[in-house]
Design a protein around this ligand. Structure first.
Ligand code: NDP
Length: 327
């Protein structure tokens, strides 16, 4: 029996994540055994590690909604030992033991071969958050938003999705306004390419008004709640917001005016159940045309450092991306 390390969340008086030794035989049945080289930390991992039943129903559990590594054994057609693979989403790290471990065993239908232009480490610097930022930007582009249309606001700008969105949009020539609750992180956001940094409290002003002054050609919203609807109310005529997150809240009170008077678009973004072919196409984009140097926004940690990093995420203190090195 081969022993391996895994983050192991147990439910006793509360939920606590610890690194323990497990055996390969403990992994669920599956088609492909992957030696994880890198995983990353995402908001959803923090929810899974802290007992959020909307993410993970049963404990003990190993979180980790993404991983990049090398196939060690495959019973599936299309994959052989030695293949370099990436996995994000589907049930990984939710109710299937996830990537915060030396090994995962998963269906082949969840795996993507590493695109030529991206190393395994680079893939997990992006991870689910960076991949989702790519999906958000893609939706804005498909809605026809161009750099000449005006400013794009990114909410939750210092977070994983937000920081990659700031970087990608500015690299594509958009004027990006970064909205953050971390006043001290202005220089970090400017380094990523933000033309302007604003206090996110400004985006809660006027919440009781039916409409707000036109301000944004587009938006990437990673926080939801009241901020999302205020952004919708201040989109320019024909503007669009890509909505992907909920750190400020899941609900918002709305009205139809921005939609019927300004023709704005609310674009939903899901990275989890997206068909594999669409995932592969986004990974190709991120590895070639949209390739970014993300070293400025990554912190690399070991599996043993993950429990502390999770408390930072839950406190809303996360900045940039957290890469978890497993080799
Ligand atoms: P992070 O924890 O890295 O970043 C979240 C950021 O949100 C924080 O850094 C902070 O940014 C901001 N924030 C935190 N608390 C609040 C609050 N109470 N009010 C307003 N803003 C707040 O998370 P991720 O970037 O990994 O994920 C962001 C969101 O996107 C999450 O809700 C996550 O579940 C969702 N997500 C959705 C996906 C999908 O497929 N739809 C995929 C990936 C993520 P700042 O201090 O700069 O304001």
């Amino acid at each position: 029996m081969t022993a391996y390390r895994a983050l192991w969340v147990t439910e006793e008086s509360g939920f606590s994540p610890n690194v323990v030794e497990r055996n390969l035989a403990d992994l669920p049945a599956g088609e492909v055994l992957v030696r994880v080289h890198y995983s990353s930390l995402n908001y959803k991992d923090a929810l899974s590690a802290s007992g959020n039943r909307g993410v993970t129903r049963n404990y003990p559990h190993t979180p980790g909604i993404d991983a990049a590594g090398i196939v060690e054994h495959s019973d599936a057609e299309g994959f052989v030992a030695g293949d370099e693979v990436i996995i994000t989403g589907y049930d990984l790290g939710m109710n299937t033991f996830g990537g915060l471990a030396d090994y995962i065993r998963v269906p082949a239908s969840w795996l993507i071969k590493r695109p030529v232009g991206l190393g395994l480490r680079e893939a997990m610097i992006l991870g689910t958050a960076g991949f989702t930022a790519g999906l958000c930007v893609h939706k804005l582009l498909r809605a026809g938003i161009q750099p000449s249309d005006g400013d794009i606001v990114v909410t939750g700008a210092t977070g994983g999705v937000g920081s990659v969105a700031v970087k990608l949009l500015s690299q594509l020539g958009y004027r990006v306004v970064a909205a953050t609750g971390k006043a001290e992180e202005g220089p970090f956001l400017q380094q990523l390419g933000a033309a302007e940094v604003i206090d996110r409290a400004l985006l809660t002003e006027g919440a009781n008004k039916p409409m707000l002054k036109s301000r944004w050609a587009g938006a990437v919203d990673t926080v939801g709640g009241e901020i999302l609807f205020n952004v919708i109310k201040s989109l320019n005529y024909g503007g669009s917001v890509a909505c992907c997150g909920l750190t400020a809240g899941t609900d918002f009170a709305g009205n139809v005016f921005p939609f019927i008077l300004r023709g704005v678009n609310l674009l939903g973004v899901d990275s989890v159940e997206l068909p594999l072919v669409a995932k592969a196409s986004m990974w190709d984009m991120l590895s070639l045309q949209w390739k970014m140097d993300l070293e400025a926004l990554v912190e690399e940690i070991s599996l043993e450092q993950v429990p502390h990093a999770i408390t930072q995420i839950l406190a809303g203190k996360q900045k940039g991306r957290v890469l978890v090195r497993m080799i």
